[in-house]
Ligand binder design. Structure first.
Ligand code: BG6
Length: 608
């Protein structure tokens, strides 16, 4: 996810664009850049690093004269963060300049076509392909060039476009990515979201797929996909600037929880090609995968919990021993790692030092390395021989939610891919996983729509002093994450316990009124959970159970039941985690905690 802005008016554009980009940094902050229509040329200034680097390089934009321009703040997806991969991207001859939010899925095909026509490329990005493609179709008519190029683009985009020969205007189009047009007095704006322009105007409309907007200081014209002019209804934004940055939500965490259906879709769908899972591993071959004799998963915090969920799945689909280790322990445990070991390193930030050290330890012993990372260009991504990116976009809340869910998706797909390569998983297994992955976003959406039930339960229990999360097998792995989420943001002490283990000691802590969250989604052991619930109820506990809808045995013994839809075991964790995230969020919210920035925590801990 990136942020784009545009301005056409009578004031100097650069300082206004920088202001707008500052409001969009939460959408990505690997690099930033500006392009300003100058006297017969387009001036481009772009830098790797946070926006302040660009501010300093342009003296807060003062160095860039001109009253029409576009700007970009980047979240790298194709091409590591670098000056040359930063946006805006200028066509080779300086005629066309683009800022882009989105992913062009067929950019390699388009790039090869353009190379065959003599084009050369400076960057590794999909965006540069767009600017060159528009140049290819540009014979003096910008609209023609935009429409011709658009017809070949597959994927998602929100584009701000400058043409050197029409210095008074900006062209804007979008597909599956937001693009807001702002109407000012003698000046007009475009942006990825309203935050960027709220300081200048509250009169906006959203551009739709197929439409083309042309912005000048005097006005904005919009044409439909037939080229016919259309009138867009202008609305007046009432949000305050801070709320808008979170898309109108009170916290980034709830915004990110609600983004999960889209994140699951974005992480899975590009890896489903012609009905099979395609991971495009660059270094580790199918032969290497067949030669693996054990798997280690190393990570910290929630990423470690993803490993705990993935362990039984990998073991079953690959018929291999799987060891999940806390990264901070792994390095000092003299691990049984050699060149027949695959070490899977999971990290949202790609900067957690414990995890980085664990990676280096495994590699030093000859292990093959695949990392699952959300931040392109991060340290762990850069040193891994293969990386599977989670396309969750920037995750701002310290307590991870959408990245956790995206990591689960990648692990399901990696386990299935390896299982197929090793001849253990069947084609039918693969097709069934793909069916589930394609149905997951809607299933998650349906659970999110019932979030008020979880909010109600949170209102009953937010003053609890201790909370126990119980589960068996994969439900135990989920209990670990549910407990951590709650601890991280509500500061309530909680423990996750293997339900079968509770009676061997910790049950001594259960007393009248103790709150127990029992996860009962793993069907083969559901009846065992009924007994475990009875054990704790007999000692005074109050039980919230997560169960499959219609499970009367659980309903008979639990005080409250959060129902989950009938769903296959393999990807059920992606559904069961949602109520646990929501419960933690609402409890913390009712306690008035600083949800996005909990005390003592950091989004990424880069110390041992
Ligand atoms: C911790 C965070 O510092 O790091 C956790 O509080 C996170 O939420 C853990 O899961 C691992 O971070 P990462 O970036 O390596 O996934």
């Amino acid at each position: 996810m990136c942020g784009i802005v545009g301005f056409a008016g009578t004031r100097q554009a650069a300082p206004i664009l920088l202001d707008g980009l500052e409001k969009l940094e939460y959408r990505g902050y690997d690099s930033a850049g500006l392009a300003i229509e100058g006297d017969g040329e387009i001036l481009v200034k772009k830098q790797k690093g946070r926006l302040r680097v660009l501010r300093e390089a342009t003296h807060n934009g003062e160095d860039l004269p001109g009253v029409v321009g576009i700007g970009h703040t980047r979240w790298a997806t194709h091409g590591e963060p670098s000056d040359v991969n930063s946006h805006p991207h200028l066509s080779y001859n300086g005629e066309v300049c683009i800022v882009h939010n989105g992913i062009i899925e067929n950019y390699i095909e388009l790039r090869n076509f353009l190379i065959s026509k003599g084009y050369e490329f400076a960057s590794d990005t999909d965006t540069e392909v767009i600017s060159q493609l528009m140049d290819y179709y540009y014979h003096g008519d910008p609209t023609e060039a935009v429409e011709q190029a658009r017809s070949h683009l597959m994927g998602s985009y929100a584009l701000g476009i400058l043409f050197r020969q029409t210095p008074d205007r900006i062209y804007a189009i979008c597909k599956d990515n937001p693009l807001i047009i702002g109407i000012g007095e003698g000046e007009n704006f475009m942006a990825s979201d309203v935050t960027a322009i709220l300081k200048y105007t509250r009169r906006v409309f959203r551009l739709s797929e197929g439409e083309l907007a042309v912005l000048t200081r005097d006005g904005v014209t919009v044409t439909d996909s037939y080229g016919e002019p259309i009138e867009k209804e202008i609305t007046n934004v009432t949000w305050d600037e801070n709320a808008a940055e979170k898309g109108g939500y009170e916290h980034f965490m709830i915004k990110e929880i609600l983004e999960q259906p889209e994140v699951i879709r974005k992480t899975a769908s590009p890896r489903i090609v012609n009905g099979t899972i395609n991971l495009s591993l660059k270094s580790i071959s199918d032969e290497d995968i067949r030669g693996i004799d054990k798997i280690y998963i190393v990570a910290c915090g929630s990423a470690y919990h993803v490993g705990c969920v993935a362990k039984p799945i990998l073991s079953k689909l690959c018929r291999l021993p799987v060891f999940v280790e806390l990264a901070s322990e792994f390095k000092y445990s003299d691990p049984m790692v050699d060149n027949k070991t695959l070490t899977i390193v999971i990290s949202q930030s790609g900067e957690t030092l414990d995890t980085y050290h664990a990676l280096k330890e495994a590699a030093s012993r000859g292990s093959r390395i695949i990392s699952v990372v959300n931040v392109v260009g991060s340290t762990i991504a850069m040193v891994s021989e293969d990386v599977l990116f989670t396309w969750a976009g920037p995750e701002i809340a310290v307590a991870t939610t959408k990245a956790y869910s995206a990591q689960l998706i990648v692990m399901y797909m990696l386990a299935m891919y390896m299982g197929r390569v090793r001849g253990v998983a069947t084609e039918a297994d693969e097709k069934e996983l793909i069916r589930q992955l394609e149905a997951l976003p809607d299933a998650v959406e349906a659970i999110l729509e019932k979030k008020e039930q979880v909010q109600y339960l949170a209102s009953l229990f937010y003053s609890s002093k201790d909370i126990f999360f119980l589960g068996r097998n994969i439900d135990y792995a989920l209990a670990l994450e549910g407990s951590l989420k709650l601890k991280e943001i509500s500061y309530i002490h909680s423990e996750a316990y293997a339900a079968g283990e509770l009676k061997h000691g910790t049950i001594s802590l259960i007393e009248q009124g103790s709150l127990v969250v029992a996860l009962c989604t793993y069907k083969p052991l559901k009846e065992k959970l009924v007994s475990n619930i009875k054990e704790v109820v007999a000692r005074g506990a109050v039980v919230i159970a997560l169960a499959n809808e219609g499970d009367t045995n659980i309903e008979a013994v639990a005080d409250h039941v959060i129902e989950l839809p009938e769903w296959e075991e393999l990807t059920m964790p992606s559904l069961a985690i949602i109520p646990l995230q929501l419960f933690a969020y609402y409890v913390a919210s009712l306690k008035g905690c600083d949800i996005d920035k909990p005390r003592n925590l950091a989004k990424s801990v880069t110390v041992e």
